[in-house]
Ligand binder design. Structure first.
Ligand code: DGL
Length: 265
């Protein structure tokens, strides 16, 4: 029997996982949530596989021991495509990961040419090759690493205005590849990127549609917690690693996602 006050822990390197939290709120408004942002190690996308795996396994192990979540969601494509299997091996808590939404993109495309924007680490993963082989045979999948978008999303959620050239570079990184002019669907394979949907839409133009995994992940969490009771005993809060000065300007944004207060690890 699951403790009704046991939280769902949503984990990302930064603010990207809020795109998943927003969808979880729609399906499970009464679920207690702890949002974890590993800002001390952001960006994950520029790190090696070994660094990411060690960091994610270590951090989630500590958090599971301390907060006894009923479920952990790794709301980060980079961490999931590298460390999902390892985290599942070491923790008994159910783990829901985030993988690039290649399947829905392949179902939606009319032109047969799909773009994928992710971090440098995500786009080189064998996991992505596997998804492509499984779901996008007969289609063309063009990949581009757009690490600058991570910083742009972090800045936007702290009230800043990112340089529009960042979005142009991301769009051109796909559209200028051979065959890129036929892209009609782009997979936002980093949870930070849907936070920039308006800016990306302006850069790619109207004919390009975006897909991401957030709704699918929320449905999976809903399914796995079916029949469980939820009773929030306290306000939801965030745990943010790293420099506290960098956190204070996030408090207002977190509040709009129902996260009241920031704690250190
Ligand atoms: N939000 C993360 C993802 O979904 C990556 C951001 C980072 O590079 O830390 O891939």
């Amino acid at each position: 029997m699951v403790d009704p006050a046991a939280p769902i822990l949503i984990f990302d390197s930064g603010v990207g996982g809020l795109t998943v939290l927003a969808e979880v709120r729609k399906l499970l408004p009464d679920a207690p949530v702890i949002y974890v942002a590993d800002e001390a190690a952001l960006p994950y996308g520029d790190k090696t596989e070994a660094e990411i795996a060690a960091r994610v396994c270590g951090l989630l192990g500590r958090l599971a021991e301390r907060y006894h979540p009923r479920l952990i969601c790794i709301a980060c494509n980079t961490a999931s495509t590298i460390a999902l299997g390892m985290v599942r091996d070491v923790l008994e808590t159910p783990i829901v990961g985030t993988v690039p939404a290649i399947k829905p993109a392949a179902e939606n495309t009319q032109s047969g040419v799909i773009g994928l924007l992710g971090t440098t680490a995500t786009i080189r993963q064998a996991y992505v090759d596997k998804l492509e082989a499984e779901f996008a045979t007969g289609k063309t999948l063009l990949r581009h690493a757009a690490p600058e978008l991570v910083g742009a999303a972090e800045l936007k959620l702290r009230g800043g205005t990112p340089d529009p050239a960042i979005f142009e570079r991301a769009a051109q990184g796909l559209l200028s590849q051979p065959g890129g002019e036929s892209i009609d669907t782009v997979v936002l394979a980093c949870t930070h990127f849907p936070l920039l949907a308006d800016e990306l839409s302006a850069a790619f133009g109207e004919k390009v549609k975006f897909v991401d995994g957030a709704q699918g992940i929320a449905r999976r969490i809903h399914y796995l917690t079916q029949g469980q009771a939820f009773a929030r005993q306290d306000q939801d809060f965030a745990i943010v690693t790293g420099d506290e000065h960098n956190h204070s300007n996030l408090a207002g944004t977190l509040q709009t996602y129902g996260i009241c207060g920031i704690r250190s690890l």
